[in-house]
Design a binder for this molecule. Structure first.
Ligand SMILES: NC(=O)C1=CN([C@@H]2O[C@H](COP(=O)(O)OP(=O)(O)OC[C@H]3O[C@@H](n4cnc5c(N)ncnc54)[C@H](OP(=O)(O)O)[C@@H]3O)[C@@H](O)[C@H]2O)C=CC1
Ligand SMILES: Nc1c(N[C@@H]2O[C@H](COP(=O)(O)O)[C@@H](O)[C@H]2O)[nH]c(=O)[nH]c1=O
Length: 581
């Protein structure tokens, strides 16, 4: 429910809220607006903030993507100065003070908010409790749902906070991304006719909903047979917005040479397969820009662990029963969304949504929880959880648990420090950390780039005399999010390789060096972080980037780690090791 005039009364139908009911309603509203950016914030959480005086909502906002204005600041700005004084701020999730970015907390403190109600503590251990502690030490009253407030209404509000960040919670608890298995079946339980034909079982309205589900996911998975049979596109055809990566799991790699998923100008495609399978076909895929990742034994759990390493939060499985069964059996599926359609197709051999699970008695059946039913046109969408959303709130940390760097990681014991995602310990070493840089352009004019990633991606096209190249640089410059900058740069590279700077391969290390040197010279706390790693080898733990990262098994060249170590040596006044050693 968006506010158009900057203020709104929450109670409907003239019944005023009070006490817990009022707090619960405002927190639910914060969770509701946080959900507006689902899919766009990934791999970061969905944050919403509502500022209220009693029932009256005076300001609200949600985080669009990492690097964009935080929800709390938007809410404060919407409310304006006076209305915030003595007001209560409602947050669905505790802010994660990433690498010294305290804009969320300082917005609330400086605006004079006197009380903060937090739905959930941050699920990541090194953030959990830190912002709550800071707010309390500034004299604000902080209430956490389920800890400082308990009742049935509060439980419901807490549930909304869990649901809106379910992908992050599953990821944090289980070390794999959140997975939803979605399928459309006839009333007699078939996902295709006996010939394998499946388009379409569900109605147009239901398929629109599938596009939304895809838009909320980091990746969509199908098996090799679905690719052979359906030649799917797996895009979210809602114009603009987030497009998931497409993943195919195929053991045989017996796949067609021409397929919609091989058109990577639309979205990136990864084919996962068995080590050594059809090497010549792997080469063909690579020549089309499709990434091939080999596994010793291809199975859903290993693929999910790989997706976790790549930083994915949520996966939509759109496979048939042959792959859905091992995915369920190996415990990687958390939620099921079944579109049940009023059609009967029959056929003893017609495929069904889930293959062999080895169960012999009905008592062995898996029971879904939190089941919901929604009618969509003529179809019924039945959804439920196979594994409950993990609530991490009961794990209250000690203060020592909340240092910004994982206390279990001593750089002097661990000879190698791996870094990759910004929220991890040492995440500030990542190019995606939101630290703006002021760098001169080719004419010596200083320009602000929101992160190293922005500067690096834009430089692929800087100075190229072409309107598309200029538009790409402009788009990267104006986006707040490093993920978005990377997406624009990589998509433009795939779609217009001829527009890239001709000498890019020889230039790129120097471009990266300049941006990193600027970043670590500009921010003293980042320089200290880098210097604190002395004695350790720095490795960017990217499983897929074999140039800048270290790769899955150390096969990557790790140029990012090498540049950081070079800059570290320069700060220490040492002779840096040659970068090509
Ligand atoms: N109505 C709906 O919602 C949907 C309907 N369908 C329909 O279902 C049918 C396809 O079903 P199905 O063959 O089950 O689907 P999938 O192709 O999605 O899954 C099976 C395939 O997955 C690959 N695979 C990779 N790893 C494994 C593993 N560890 N265990 C098992 N398989 C693995 C294999 O590919 P490979 O053989 O290449 O090695 C295997 O053939 C088609 O008719 C399609 O139209 C499909 C999706 C959704
Ligand atoms: N047949 C069927 C579905 N099938 C799924 O959708 C994929 C096709 O996606 P796309 O090519 O992007 O339209 C297909 O391969 C399979 O995974 N989905 C549904 O919601 N309803 C349907 O009736």
């Amino acid at each position: 429910m968006a506010l158009s005039c900057g203020a709104g009364a929450l109670a409907m139908g003239g019944t005023p809220f009070s006490g817990h009911a009022l707090d619960a309603a405002h927190v639910q509203r914060a969770a509701g607006i946080a959900d507006k950016s689902a899919g766009c914030t990934s791999p970061h959480p969905n944050f919403g903030c509502v500022i209220a005086r009693g029932e009256r909502v005076v300001g609200e906002g949600f985080l669009y993507a990492q690097g964009t204005k935080c929800a709390e600041l938007q809410a404060v700005e919407m409310a304006g100065g006076e209305l915030c004084k003595g007001a209560t701020a409602y947050l669905n999730l505790e802010p994660g003070d990433c690498h010294g970015d305290d804009s969320a907390l300082s917005a609330l403190i400086q605006a004079g908010v006197s009380r903060v109600v937090v739905g959930l503590r941050h699920p990541l251990r090194h953030f959990r409790g830190k912002a709550i502690h800071s707010l309390r030490s500034e004299g604000l009253l902080v209430d956490v749902l389920g800890e400082d407030m308990r009742s049935k209404i509060i439980e419901d509000a807490l549930k909304s906070c869990l649901v809106v960040n379910a992908p992050l919670l599953y990821r944090a608890a289980y070390g794999i991304p959140y997975s939803v298995l979605k399928y459309a079946m006839t009333l007699d339980g078939k996902i295709a006719s006996s010939s394998g034909h499946a388009s379409w079982i569900s109605s147009k309205l239901s398929r629109q909903r599938v596009f939304e589900l895809r838009g909320r996911s980091d990746a969509v998975i199908v098996g090799g047979n679905t690719l052979r049979r359906d030649d799917p596109r797996l895009t979210a055809r809602h114009g603009g917005g987030h497009l998931p990566i497409r993943i195919v799991m195929s053991q045989s790699l017996n796949l067609p040479e021409v397929a919609n998923l091989w058109d990577v100008s639309v979205a990136h495609t990864i084919v996962t397969t068995q080590r050594g399978a059809r090497k010549s076909f792997q080469k063909l895929l690579a020549s089309k820009g499709v990434e091939v990742v080999e596994f010793d034994i291809l199975n859903p759990r290993d693929v999910m662990e790989y997706c976790y390493d790549r930083g994915y939060l949520s996966i939509l499985w759109e496979c048939g029963g042959g792959l859905a069964a091992p995915a369920i059996a190996s415990g990687v599926i958390h939620k099921v969304c079944a579109f049940v359609c009023p059609k009967i197709v029959g056929g003893l051999k017609a495929p069904t949504p889930v293959g062999e699970l080895g169960m012999v008695e009905m008592s062995q059946a898996l029971n879904l929880t939190d089941v919901s039913f929604e009618q969509i046109g003529p179809d019924m969408l039945i959804s439920g959880f196979l594994q409950p959303i993990p609530d991490l709130t009961p794990v209250i940390p000690t203060l020592g648990d909340t240092s910004s760097i994982d206390p279990t990681l001593n750089p002097y014991d661990a000879n190698i420090i791996f870094f990759y995602k910004t929220w991890d310990p040492y995440g500030a070493l990542s190019n995606f950390s939101s630290h703006p840089l002021h760098m001169p352009d080719e004419n010596g004019v200083y320009i602000t780039w929101q992160s190293v990633e922005h500067y690096y991606q834009a430089n692929k096209f800087v100075g190229v005399d072409d309107p598309i190249a200029r538009a790409c640089v402009g788009e990267i410059k104006s986006t707040g999010s490093p993920e978005e900058a990377a997406r624009i740069g990589r998509t433009s590279e795939r779609q217009h390789p001829h527009l890239m700077r001709a000498d890019w391969d020889t230039l790129k290390i120097n471009v990266m060096y300049k941006a990193l040197k600027c970043k670590f010279s500009t921010y003293p706390h980042l320089k200290s972080l880098l210097l604190s790693t002395v004695g350790s080898v720095l490795v960017e733990a990217s499983p897929h980037d074999l140039f800048w990262g270290g790769g899955r098994e150390g096969e990557g060249l790790n140029y990012l780690g090498r540049l950081l170590m070079q800059i570290r040596s320069e700060f220490l006044g040492e002779d840096p090791p040659p970068i090509n050693c």
